[in-house]
Design a protein around this ligand. Sequence first.
Ligand SMILES: Cc1cc2nc3c(=O)[nH]c(=O)nc-3n(C[C@H](O)[C@H](O)[C@H](O)COP(=O)(O)OP(=O)(O)OC[C@H]3O[C@@H](n4cnc5c(N)ncnc54)[C@H](O)[C@@H]3O)c2cc1C
Length: 227
Amino acid sequence: MKVNLVKYTPEPEKMVAVAARLCYSPAGGEKLFENLNNEEVVKLVRFVVKSGHLSTTEHVVFTFAAEGVSRSLTHQLVRHRLASYNQQSQRYVKFHENFQYITPPAVSNNNKVSDKFAEMIEKIHAFYEEMLDAGVEVEDARYILPAASETKIIITMNGRELLHFFTVRCCNRAQWEIRQLAILMLKLVKKISPVIFENAGPNCLRGPCPEGKFKCEVPPKASDFDA
Ligand SMILES: Cc1cc2nc3c(=O)[nH]c(=O)nc-3n(C[C@H](O)[C@H](O)[C@H](O)COP(=O)(O)OP(=O)(O)OC[C@H]3O[C@@H](n4cnc5c(N)ncnc54)[C@H](O)[C@@H]3O)c2cc1C
């Protein structure tokens, strides 16, 4: 899996701080942008994130390019509605050259099934090719492709949605692959916005675990998410 932070709102923490200060100031946003110093920015951002005044974090957006992930992962990812996505199409991109797929570690580490998994994928791939050769359109042949198929996706989320996404997807209850993606994304944004995201991650980093009987035995540590 590869994920890069390709674009983001410049000076995101200052943007959030300006939005917060504007609510209580006679000055306009432009003046505040000129006048707020670093110390005030850090204080304001900490305050709004801690107090839940999270609409201020909606003014900053982060765009990621992910590849080497499965269709299974992206199916889970796009359930997060307050985000924008563009994904490589299986209608317009043929999968007959370099057919890539993701093998879950639980399969590759299990020698009772790992070879068979690869064989089944090969069979599916061969039949996909057979359908294309028989004149089936790419958009219809793709119905046979597995959830393991590799895909590429561009994701844009604002600060508030990212905080929510990290809460549910950095948690050990999330599936390994989307969890891996969420952790990589969190590490990337922490480098740019260390204050907005300083306590980001699963609920258990900030309070009691809400998972009840599904609570994990070894909860993650804050340092697992450090940049
Ligand atoms: C461990 C785990 C297991 C899961 N298992 C399943 C499963 O078995 N089956 C399944 O279908 N899904 C499952 N999901 C997906 C889950 O139900 C959500 O669809 C997904 O996590 C997106 O999160 P969300 O709906 O909170 O928020 P997002 O879409 O990311 O939106 C963020 C927040 O905005 C608000 N919001 C967004 N849209 C609305 C709206 N229409 N109305 C009101 N408020 C809104 C909510 O407060 C929401 O939390 C699972 C998720 C996790 C993390």
